[in-house]
Each structure stands twice: as structure tokens, then as C-alpha cells.
Design a protein around this ligand. Structure first.
Ligand code: PBG
Ligand code: ZN
Length: 328
């Protein structure tokens, strides 16, 4: 009789054995939780296309920050809806804007929490583009000067990391220069180095009121067909001084995450974006999928592909599920 000597099933025999041999693990420490800060007080309004995610005033954001910290989530990324918009998005570097006030308040209450400021202009410009317009064209180098102001204002507020998401050429070098000139030598830059022009940002643009009023972002964000170009973007940003390299979105671009992980020796982040979140939530609310299983499997795939950290709206739920155990 033929006897089977090699039996991979032996290592799947029980939950304990499976735990012992699992190659990839998830932890609350892997997560960065995004917050949307709005003007006012006592505001906690659910975002319709992102169930479980809220517009928060600074006082409410503090509560959520504490909750995240207690669940073991070490970092927050701060987005904001300003009180006013103008052509150059000047509320993005106004120290009294919701983002700057939230950074100050959270840093004061939770000094060890890592605060990431999203550096872009689209939430703050009246036209919704990520930079300074000349006619209908986003002027790269004029935008750099504005981004420098945003980054410095967030560092002044207490951000540990600034994360430029605008996709202008040369922004990492420009921001590094500005931070260093202001003595923020230890403020890091997490570059959205590989950010594709993606339909997956839809719910975020509703939530952040940042959709472009005309055209699209295809002249600055990357073409979804390109992988080699992604590596060029990464190379440039590392040379300019990026400390962390981000790939975004996550799910449809896990090949890129993997490739970047293979090639560089700096930390890699992935952004599990709003559209990915919304699809899971919608299917779960219909009872079509098991939310916990799908979320944990999805986040695990991002770790397995090579992300050291994951920016995700599922962070608090996932951290809770990890505490409960039995996730896989
Ligand atoms: C702003 C920005 C966007 C996201 C993060 N920063 C949207 C965009 O580029 O239009 C998307 C995040 C998400 O979809 O969750 N530049
Ligand atoms: Zn933008």
C-alpha cells in the first residue's frame, strides 16, 4: 500500500498547532487609526458611507484617542474638515484649525501616542485639488511651498510624523528641508510614495468634503496599470528622505506592497482605504459575509504582503477582536 509520508495536514490538526506555525501575525500595534476632525464641540456624527466612522470635534476625538490607546493601537492619523476654504487651502496651516487643535489636545492627553498628520490641501481648497492651481493645472512647485507650511504647522502642533498625500514631485525633500529649518529634525515623514488614482477613495472624499470640483487627480496620482513606476516613486522618496514608504490603496495593490517590501529596507505602510472599508461594511450589514472573519483575513493579507503597519478604519474593531482571540 502506498503510504503518504509528507502530510501538511499534520500542522493543521488543532487551533494550538495552527497558532504555532502561522507565519504571519496581526497585532493592534500594526494599526494606525484615522480620525476626521470637525469644528465645534460635542460633535460625533456617523459618516453615512463609512458606518462606524465618525466626524468628531476635538473633545470627542480625545475620547476616541483614549479608546484606541487602551486597545493597544499606538498611532492615529489626523484628517480635518476646516472652518473655511480658499484657493490655496490656507486653513491647512492655520494653527486654530481642527487638525492642529486635535493634534495639540491628543498630544497633551496621551503624550506617548504616535500622531500622524495628513499633509494635503484638497480638504482645504475651494476647488478640491491637492495643490495650487494655474488655470486648471495643479502647479507642482508652487504647491511645495504650501505643503511646507502645512507640515511645519502640524509639527508645531506636536505631530510625530507628517504624511504627505498630495503626490507632487519633490514634496518629501521640500518638507524635510522645511522641518529641519524649523528644528523639527526628529519629526518623521511617512510618504504616500505610491498613491494610485483610485475609485476606492470615494467614501473618504464624501467624508472629508475633498472631491475635486472639476477633472480628476490623474495628472498627479499614479496610473493603476503601473508597477515599475511605483518602484521609481519609492526610490525618489527614499532619496529625498522619506522615513516610511506607503502604498495606497491596499487590496487591489498587494503585488506592489510585496514588491516594495522585497526591494527596500525601510518600513512599509499600507492604507486600507475608505472604499475597501465601505464594501466590507455594506456586505456585512446585508448579512452576506462574516465581518470579523473578512476583516481579519484582509488585514492579514496586507501583513503577509509585507506591510509593517496598516492604516485602517477597522483598527478599533480588529484590536477588540484580537483581544477576544479565536480570529483565525
Ligand atoms: C487626500 C487623501 C485622500 C485619502 C487620504 N488622503 C483622498 C484623495 O486622494 O482623494 C484617501 C483615504 C481613503 O480613501 O480612505 N489627498
Ligand atoms: Zn489631497
Amino acid at each position: 500500500m502506498y503510504t503518504q509520508k509528507l502530510r501538511p495536514r499534520r500542522m493543521r490538526i488543532s487551533p494550538a498547532v495552527r497558532d504555532m506555525v502561522r507565519e504571519t501575525s496581526l497585532s493592534a500595534k500594526d494599526f494606525i487609526y484615522p480620525l476626521f476632525i470637525v469644528p465645534g464641540e460635542h460633535v460625533r456624527e456617523e459618516i453615512p458611507s463609512m458606518p462606524g466612522v465618525y466626524h468628531l470635534s476635538v473633545d470627542e476625538a480625545l475620547k476616541t484617542a483614549r479608546e484606541a490607546w487602551e486597545l493597544g493601537v499606538p498611532a492615529l492619523e489626523i484628517f480635518g474638515l476646516p472652518e473655511y476654504k480658499d484657493a490655496d487651502g490656507s486653513s491647512a496651516w492655520d494653527m486654530t484649525s481642527p487638525v492642529q487643535r486635535a493634534i495639540m489636545a491628543i498630544k497633551k492627553a496621551l503624550p506617548d501616542m504616535v500622531i500622524v498628520g495628513d499633509v494635503c490641501l484638497c480638504q482645504y481648497t475651494s476647488h478640491g485639488h491637492c495643490g495650487h492651481l494655474e488655470g486648471h493645472y495643479v502647479d507642482n512647485d508652487k504647491t511645495l511651498k504650501l505643503l511646507q507650511k502645512v507640515a511645519v504647522s502640524q509639527a508645531e502642533a506636536g505631530a510625530d510624523i507628517v504624511a504627505p498625500s498630495d503626490m507632487m514631485d519633490g514634496r518629501v525633500a521640500a518638507i524635510r528641508d522645511a522641518l529641519d529649518d524649523h528644528d523639527f529634525i526628529n519629526v518623521s515623514i511617512m510618504s504616500y510614495a505610491v498613491k494610485y488614482a483610485s475609485g476606492y477613495y470615494g467614501p473618504f472624499r464624501d467624508a472629508a468634503d475633498s472631491a475635486p470640483q472639476f477633472g480628476d487627480r490623474k495628472q498627479y496620482q499614479m496610473d493603476p496599470g503601473n508597477a515599475r513606476e511605483a518602484l521609481k516613486e519609492v526610490e525618489l522618496d527614499l532619496a529625498e528622505g522619506a522615513d516610511i514608504i506607503m502604498v495606497k490603496p491596499a487590496l487591489a495593490y498587494l503585488d506592489i506592497v510585496h514588491e516594495v517590501r522585497q526591494r527596500i529596507n525601510r518600513p512599509v505602510a499600507t492604507y486600507n482605504v475608505s472604499g475597501e472599508y465601505a464594501m466590507v461594511k455594506a456586505a456585512a450589514q446585508n448579512g452576506w459575509i462574516d465581518e470579523k472573519r473578512i476583516v481579519m483575513e484582509t488585514l492579514l493579507s496586507m501583513k503577509r504582503a509585507g506591510s509593517d503597519m496598516i492604516i485602517t478604519y477597522h483598527a478599533l474593531d480588529a484590536a477588540r477582536w484580537l483581544q477576544e482571540g479565536n480570529c483565525f
